[in-house]
Design a protein around this ligand. Structure first.
Ligand SMILES: O=C(O)[C@H](O)[C@H](O)COP(=O)(O)O
Ligand SMILES: [Mg+2]
Length: 326
């Protein structure tokens, strides 16, 4: 049991009007996880079939009204997502499409956090500034916005089988397949993962490239169940290299520091809301936020929140239960 968990017996706030009012009054800023799902443990309990904000393209009932309630009460809302497949601009469009007003400034994605880390924190030698990307367009867009050169990503040239010639070229360090300017390997969620991409990433890291991951969520929620997450893209490399990447999404405090840098908020008056204990709730606890709020409509179950290693200060059946404070 961690030190954090032993401090909290999470308070169950669904249906507790006075408890909800008291909880909400403690905070000026709410950091929201975005993706959610209808999890297996909720299938037998229709009351739990909600989510943090959405699942796939399905907006959970009451999300818009709940965010409105917070904003109308003067609360700052920030969307913090580990999903690297989208950029902040993509997320704003998605939020708009779902009827949730937002600005790009209110959105923090692991693709953005990784780009900031590479461009502003990592000190790379002049001739090693290129990033080899395993991932989707969200990472590419955010790297571009920070003027970071990259290869890989959505480039179709990497979506193919390994050939006998590739093995020889990689073994020989041939510059036609291993770009000598690559100084960073950044691994995010990639819907076109393959053997070639893993082999190249391995060899770049063996040749000295910094090993980064946008985030290390083992699974990705969708359609009421779980699929391989970004952490499952890094897993083969971790296995091959016996080395962990530096991860820049939740619970990384590099992400918290850049959010705080932008909003200059008082951490004791901020609350992280999420469905996943080992990313969202840990992010808030390790960031020393005044509060963490778990919702039972995502990856973590009630048992995880109540008796797991990482426990929120309070939890709800679903996000829209906050409306019960009125
Ligand atoms: O595998 C992933 O990348 C994550 O499961 C996913 O994208 C998490 O997104 P979040 O719940 O932080 O919005
Ligand atoms: Mg989530």
């Amino acid at each position: 049991m961690t030190q954090e968990s032993s401090q909290f017996a999470p308070r169950y706030l669904t249906g507790d009007k006075a408890g909800l009012q008291e909880f909400l009054a403690k905070f000026d800023v709410f950091l929201f996880d975005c993706d959610g799902l209808t999890p297996v443990h909720a299938l037998s309990r229709p009351s739990l079939r909600g989510g943090v904000l959405w699942s796939g393209d399905h907006l959970f009932p009451g999300t818009v009204e709940t965010l409105e309630l917070l904003r109308n009460n003067g609360k700052q809302v920030v969307f913090v997502t580990n999903n690297s497949t989208k950029s902040r601009a993509d997320y704003r469009k998605k939020l708009e499409g779902l009827g949730i007003p937002s600005t790009v400034e209110e959105i923090f994605s692991s693709s953005y956090s990784s780009s900031i880390y590479i461009s502003r924190i990592l000190q790379l030698p002049e001739n090693k500034r290129k990033v080899y990307v395993i991932g989707e367009t969200g990472i590419e867009q955010e790297l571009r916005s920070e003027n970071v050169p990259f290869i890989g990503g959505t480039d179709l040239a990497y979506r193919r089988d390994v050939t006998p010639a590739d093995y020889k070229k990689i073994a020989a360090g041939d510059e036609s397949i291993l770009d000598p300017e690559v100084g960073v390997v950044l691994v995010g969620l990639d819907f076109h993962m393959n053997y070639l991409k893993i082999a190249l990433a391995y060899h770049y890291i063996k040749r000295g490239a910094v090993f980064l991951a946008t985030n290390i969520d083992s699974t990705l929620p969708n359609s009421g169940t779980l699929f391989p997450g970004a952490g499952s893209m890094s897993a083969p490399l971790i296995m091959m290299l016996n080395k962990e990447p530096v991860a820049l999404g939740k619970p990384s405090q590099a992400m918290m520091d850049s959010i705080e840098g932008k909003f200059k908020f008082d951490r004791s008056r901020a609350c992280m809301v999420g469905d996943r204990a080992n990313t969202d709730i840990r992010f808030g606890l390790e960031g020393k936020l005044g509060g963490t709020l778990g919702v039972l409509t995502g990856v973590s179950s009630e048992e995880d929140f109540v008796s797991g290693d990482v426990r929120p200060h309070a939890y709800l059946d679903k996000l829209s239960d906050l409306l019960g404070s009125e």
